[in-house]
Design a protein around this ligand. Sequence first.
Ligand code: ZN
Length: 304
Amino acid sequence: MSWVIGIDLGGTKIASGLVSPKNEIVAQSRIDTNADDGLEIVINRIADEIDSLKSHLPAGDTLAGVGICTPGPVDHITGDLLTLVNLPGISNTPFQSTLQEKLGIPVKLDHDAKVAALGEFHYGVGQDRESMIYVVIGTGVGAAIIYDGNLLYGESNTAGESGHMTVNPDGHACHCGSKGCLETYTSGPNLERHYANLAGETIGGAEITQRAIDGDNIALQIMNEAGRALGIAVASMAMMINIETFVIGGSVSQAGDVLLSVARETVPQYSFKAVGERIQILQSELGESAPILGGAWMAREAIK
Ligand SMILES: [Zn+2]
């Protein structure tokens, strides 16, 4: 394998990692995104980060490629960014080709949930599987479907929008315009909202997760509802596509069994017994490294 860089281009931060031929992240950097500066300045900023990471390459070795993920829709054939609500400054730009021209090496760009799924599938908990669904639960909720080793994109590129599957038709209004979406029960901001409503105290998603692990009753009740919503969504996805491995990533997945054991108990109640008992709901193994290592995998595919 070759030296590559994986980049997680987020709404507020750009995290980059230099990945060795042994697939170790040997150096990392983190800078502000400031997407309002526009395409050229953001590309130059990323190119500077890549240059400084290259200083960690052993003498004589070269960088072979770059894989990058973004929190919004991408034309996965051309690598153009489409309309990114949280990155308006670089929306609708030829991001992949511009960065590739600047660097002079192959660059591959895709949506963040898909890239993290590739990392987990090739280098993490999914390594010995043929198919898996990766559900990322953080500020938002999304998923990526890998079937027989390939990502499913769908007919108009929206496959995997599991955050907006309805798990309760009488549930809370969602920002997408629907009601009772999986996201309204599980995303960090929604956990915060539920906690504030019940406890009269506003704390962040990470703190709620920790309190649930420590046994706080209100935090546990919220995680219980989140786990149940996740289990209903997993059961529906499994009944539709008959994939048996579900990997849960993103910051909320740090809750571990407090969240996942409830989801596991819920799945058989909403699926055929024969389907439900084969479902495995696993916690992400790579955590925050998943998008970087997924980017590394895409970069290696791009140079083949
Ligand atoms: Zn929704």
